[in-house]
Design a protein around this ligand. Structure first.
Ligand code: NAD
Length: 357
């Protein structure tokens, strides 16, 4: 990481906040976007961190991202909530959607929510963590409308996005469980990082533009495009299909169709189920059984080369501890792209460098 620069989280947040604000957003919008992106970096998911800002600004400029929008309520039956994200910043739409759904889940014990048509909502674990803050279990199925980059199992080209799935479970007095992953073998951002570094991908990760296995990451970054393979073979592919149908259709949104039109817009649809374990009458049982089971689960003897068995959410907490102490590493390509994004909204490089310093 020789030419990476390390920026402390607070300064990096200020950089993103300044760019988003200069792009025309209110203070509140700039706050929600900047804290969400830097939190993804802190949690170790650079693919969903500040490196997204250049794409967001391009999307604003193209008219694919509406500034200072809010979710609109399409249907509200208390336990069922259907929302439209109006192509607004996903960090705002996700936050507003979760607050509305959480209020209903606290009141009724459950809320089944569909959010359609939001611009990129980033790291889905962020929304599970918001629900955990309200004491709620949550399950999220998400689809992605952008260039289809993941092949179905047995297929030879991209037919959908990296369609993430996420579950959050609060643990009273303990760190929560947050399972949050893309249903592709690896995240698209990770193939871009490999391409920028000039390194090969592991065999069995992607296919080339003729549907043949390759380890060259170029096929996911520059045309002619290949595709990323689904995780978990036919099972992961089936899960991606379910994310597409629940996140993209049951939510009230749209599913992936045909090749992308080259625009920088990324639209997410999300179908979420929020449950209050106490209203279900099983909160105490969940807490007791969970602690017993987690202890048994992580008590498995570590495999060779493994320090200890972890639970979902633990690696992200370790990253956050380390990066809060040491700062967030930003690769030179990403930093140049952030500077260029600032220039597009009238922020001088010197001003950005000053904030980062
Ligand atoms: P990943 O492969 O790093 O998997 C992360 C999950 O696995 C986390 O729950 C983590 O706690 C758990 N995990 C990791 N190592 C573990 C270990 N050793 N033991 C136990 N659990 C472990 O994640 P990914 O697939 O690269 O996804 C990265 C992020 O990208 C996610 O936050 C996802 O929501 C996001 N994403 C967003 C979109 C979108 O369109 N908004 C699309 C795809 C992915």
């Amino acid at each position: 990481m020789a030419d990476y620069r390390t920026i402390n989280a607070a300064s990096l947040t200020e950089v993103v906040r300044a760019i988003v604000k200069a792009g025309g957003s209110t203070d509140r919008e700039a706050e929600l976007v900047s804290t969400n992106l830097v939190e993804a970096n802190l949690k170790g998911h650079d693919s969903h961190g500040v490196g997204m800002i250049p794409r967001y600004i391009e999307s604003v400029k193209e008219g694919g991202l509406t500034l200072n929008g809010h979710v609109s309520v399409v249907m509200d039956a208390g336990v069922m909530l259907t929302l439209d994200g109006n192509q607004g910043y996903g960090q705002v739409m996700g936050y507003e959607a979760m607050e509305l759904a959480a209020e209903r889940a606290k009141r009724n014990g459950v809320c089944v929510m569909g959010l359609s048509n939001a611009h990129h909502i980033g790291r889905i674990g962020h929304w599970a963590e918001q629900c955990i803050g309200h004491g709620l279990v949550s399950i999220h199925f998400v689809n992605v409308i952008s260039r289809p980059i993941v092949a179905p199992w047995g297929g030879g080209d991209g037919r959908h996005g990296t369609n993430p799935f996420c579950v959050g479970i609060p643990r009273p007095g303990k760190d929560p469980i947050v399972l949050d992953f893309a249903t592709s073998k690896i995240a698209q951002g990770k193939t871009r990082v490999a391409h920028n570094k000039g390194v090969e991908l592991a065999p069995g990760t992607i296919i080339d533009s003729e549907g043949k296995p390759t380890t060259n990451p170029r096929y996911t970054v520059v045309p002619p495009y290949g595709a990323i393979l689904p995780f978990g073979e036919h099972k992961g592919s089936g899960m991606a299909l379910i994310c597409e149908l629940l996140g993209g259709a049951l939510s009230g949104g749209v599913t992936a169709k045909g090749p992308a039109d080259g625009r920088r817009q990324v639209i997410n649809g999300m179908f979420s189920i929020l449950v209050d374990p106490n209203k279900m009458g099983t909160g105490e049982n969940l807490a007791k059984e969970m602690e017993g089971y987690v202890a048994w689960h992580i008590g498995s003897p570590p495999a060779p080369g493994v320090d200890h068995v972890q639970i979902a959410g633990e690696p992200e907490r370790a990253w956050k501890k380390q990066r809060l102490a040491e700062g967030v590493p930003v690769d030179p390509t990403t930093w140049e792209e952030i500077i260029a994004a600032g220039a597009k909204v009238g922020l001088e490089k010197a001003a950005i460098e000053k904030i980062a310093a």
